[in-house]
Design a binder for this molecule. Structure first.
Ligand code: FES
Length: 318
């Protein structure tokens, strides 16, 4: 049984560029050079790698150019294997399936200023955003890029650094910037966002607790450890479209129960940070444990890799 086919778009690797410090830029295009599905600035795609791994990467090119998807990948020797597979095994001409783009920055007329903080390769989700904001001039923006010494993707940021809209903080020379000072006081017309190593995103989260939730955006590299609820009770998943009922055992994830029931669900991080496994819910009381959905989105969606249920029955839009 497959209630929810995993949709992938076939792409071909048309270019691989060395971009310094163990970083490669991969350009993916439609094999017949048709336009690819459109995306918002800061959107992500999942790559279905030839070795079976599924990994999520930010799109770095401008959304106005959807004849290609460009991703920047840093080779993490001790990572989970996705970056090694891309760096070591993927070449120009290879075919790679990718998901439809998701996430990114929706236009918001209330926001007049954007302030981004990136740690190292955490700059990648902001590349398409700052290019888009520079071209459309719809709002002021500053990207603070914190790097030990070498600036990741420096060649792609040159004009923005010169213009002062990308400010580089080299920690080997000047120490870490004062994050509290960069974040400043809550402002409903400003959106603040951060992507970087765990310590940085945790500090950023702490410093923005007084901000309106909709004005704060945090992207994480690594999923937090799974939350084990010792009081978790079994519950029933009711799949509205197929009429199927699936039992979730105490302590079992919804994802595992769905997979056991033969339901295909796209996954990447399996820790509530990437958005790949988002499913609509219709009835019940979900316990959201993801780090990605807004309060508004939680009224309609959940992440099956981490969510639980506070009621005996939860109806999903599957
Ligand atoms: S697989 Fe990443 S949020 Fe569920």
């Amino acid at each position: 049984m497959s209630a929810r086919p995993i949709t992938t778009v076939k792409t071909i690797v048309t270019g691989i560029e060395e971009a310094g410090a163990d970083i490669k830029l991969f350009t993916l295009a439609d094999p017949d050079r048709w336009e690819l599905p459109p995306f918002k600035p800061g959107a992500h795609i999942d790559l279905h790698l030839p070795n079976g791994l599924v990994r999520t990467y930010s799109l770095c090119n401008e959304p106005a150019d959807n004849t290609r998807y460009v991703i920047a990948v840093k080779r993490e020797a001790d990572g989970r294997g996705g970056s090694r597979a891309l760096h070591d095994d993927v070449g120009v001409g290879d075919i790679i399936g990718v998901s439809l783009p998701r996430g990114g920055l929706a236009p918001d007329a209330r926001i007049g200023r954007y302030m981004f903080v990136a740690g190292g390769i955490g700059v990648t989700p902001f590349l398409s955003v700052v290019r888009h904001l520079q071209r459309t001039a719809q709002a002021e923006f500053t990207l603070h890029l914190v790097a030990r010494e070498e600036v990741p993707l420096a060649a792609h940021l040159g004009s923005l650094i010169e213009a002062g809209t990308v400010v580089v903080h080299r920690t080997s020379r000047a120490g870490r910037p004062d994050l509290a000072e960069l974040v400043g006081d809550p402002d409903p017309e400003t959106l603040v966002a951060c992507c970087g190593p765990e310590g940085m995103t945790e500090d950023f989260e702490r410093l923005t607790t007084a901000w309106p939730t909709a004005n704060v955006h945090i992207e994480r590299f690594v999923a937090p450890p799974p939350i084990i609820d010792p009081d978790a009770k079994p519950f029933t998943l009711s799949l509205a479209r197929s009429g199927t009922e699936i039992q979730v055992r105490a302590g079992q994830t919804m994802l595992a129960a769905l997979q056991e029931g033969g339901i295909d669900i796209a996954t990447s991080c399996c820790g509530g940070i990437c958005g790949a496994c988002k499913v609509g819910w219709i009835e019940g009381r979900p316990v959201h444990r993801d780090r990605i959905l807004s309060p508004y989105e939680r009224e309609r969606y959940l992440m099956v890799c981490v969510a639980g249920s506070d009621a005996e029955r939860l109806v999903l839009d599957l």
